[in-house]
Write a protein that binds this ligand. Sequence first.
Ligand SMILES: [Zn+2]
Length: 368
Amino acid sequence: MTDTITIKKPFDAHVHLRRGAMLRAVTPYTATRFDKAIVMPNTDPPIDTLDAAIEYKNEILAALQHSNVLQNVRTLFEPLMTMYLTKGLTPQEIERAAIGAEGTKIYAVKSYPYGATTNSQWGYRDILEAKDVLKEMERVGMPLLLHGEVHLNEHGEEEDPYDGERLFIADVLPRLLETYPKLKVSLEHMSSAQAVDFIEKNGKEGRLVATVTPTHLMYDRRQAFSGGYRTLIHMKPLVKTSDDRERVRDIATKGLPFVFAGTDSAPHPESKKFSSCCVFGVFNSPVALELYTQIFDELGALDKLESFVSVNGPRFYGVEPSAETITLVKKDWQTTEPVVTDEGVKVWPICNTVHGLGNETIHWQIKG
Ligand SMILES: [Zn+2]
């Protein structure tokens, strides 16, 4: 039985760090566990220019410099910045961003379907409308990151949220790939059997990849509805059936070079997360690496963990995997406390014992 594993320091291909006090509170949890992370641009206002991305990156680096959590911890963490595919994003800005004008390169552009999730009000209703920008991204090799859900039908009515990803895979993604045969595309937070089927068939390094969250590996609808709806794991795409979860677990642990970790850690204040009109997004950076390890262990796939969390992601983005390592040990622990911002706001990670869904004991921990 393996009870210790050392891997190259991981790469988080999908994280939300927010801004201000929330950013200062949550960023150290990513920076201590991950070598680099692809930082999502759906802040308010959205990051859709190179200058805005540079300012945002500076805020992240400043927060790490002044962090109490990081006292005595050396971190070389590098945030890799993205831009939001708003109607204001121009082909000229893509070109500037791709070459790293002003010393900062942009690593990807993220598409949110209008209205589907947190701060998605600036997204296109139909991504294929963004012709000139997509063409330029294809030309310069800028990856497109997809929140792959259809939220509204052609009459502007909401689709069943459990069907959003299936509809996107059946209709939008094939058209996008056909129209832009060289565009680099990542289907983010794959959550359904239909997405797994599509990626298994069409996934290819450098062309079409997919990321997987710990939340979609851990949970299905049975937990989401255990004793009332459990807003702790409310996110888009919604967690789905046990069959969907099994399929996502299966593809994640196969060792495919075009499937890798993106935590989608997305913190919200306690007051919003547990209100009746609760927000989309699951905060998981304090436990994500441990949960990935636990699931790979359960499925007898620890030998595939390093490529999934530390190697495939950097390859897609054209950066080197980390030269540092991190060691995890098989030892039970629990998370009992929220992260608290310097303004006194509480943020609860998944798998906490207070708002938990049962089975909150985590079986792996970082050797510190
Ligand atoms: Zn996200």
